[in-house]
Design a protein around this ligand. Structure first.
Ligand SMILES: [Zn+2]
Length: 198
């Protein structure tokens, strides 16, 4: 098996890998012989640098193993542009991988740049700020994401969850009192849970 740059271990929703390292994690070939013969073919294609064939298999034939191998090559080579081109063509898996790579390598500025083109990159940017302990910056990115019609609901719900997580209960209470039903619901649950833990 070829050596990969990153470890594809279990991690949380934001810090893990969805596709990188995911070939042969589950049995998709039926037998272990078929799986290792597939891995051998992928190793050969990678060693030969035959990305054209990997793309044909991965996209033309819908071969998941070939797609994953291609993604791994792009990630290991830090080929952001190539991942972005695939994402721009509508490949959500490539987009997710681009986000995971930037998150994992702690590249705040690059994530911010991606958010100009891909609005949902802002959710990743917010999470990276939060992970770095930059709570206000993270909350501000979530608030900005709320203005996007497609992200609005999930960004809002996530911002309330993070406000509660960081003890900013008064902010959530003010939102609830202003008629925000999500804030009201979350606040009641939060208060029930803190009553119970006392
Ligand atoms: Zn395979």
């Amino acid at each position: 098996m070829s050596q990969r740059r990153y470890c594809a271990d279990d991690a949380d929703q934001w810090a893990g890998w969805s596709y990188y390292g995911a070939a042969h994690r589950y049995d998709v070939h039926g037998t272990s012989e078929a799986a290792s013969s597939c891995a051998r073919v992928m190793d050969q294609l990678e060693a030969a640098g035959d990305e054209v064939r990997l793309r044909e298999l991965g996209f033309g034939d819908g071969d998941r193993c070939a797609f994953i191998r291609l993604i791994e090559i792009l990630v290991d080579g830090d080929r952001l542009d190539d991942l972005r081109i695939l994402a721009r063509d509508g490949d959500g898996r490539a987009f997710t991988t681009l986000m995971e790579l930037l998150f994992r390598t702690d590249r705040v500025d690059q994530l911010r740049a991606e958010a100009d083109e891909f609005p949902s990159a802002r959710l990743w940017l917010a999470q990276l700020h939060l992970r770095r302990g930059e709570v206000d910056a993270g909350l501000a990115e979530l608030a900005a994401a709320e203005l996007d019609p497609e992200l609005g609901w999930s960004a809002h719900s996530e911002r309330i969850a993070q406000l509660l997580r960081f003890g900013r209960v008064a902010d959530v209470r003010a939102m609830a009192e202003a008629g925000d039903r999500v804030a009201g619901r979350r606040l009641r649950r939060f208060e029930r849970e803190s009553d119970r833990s006392q």
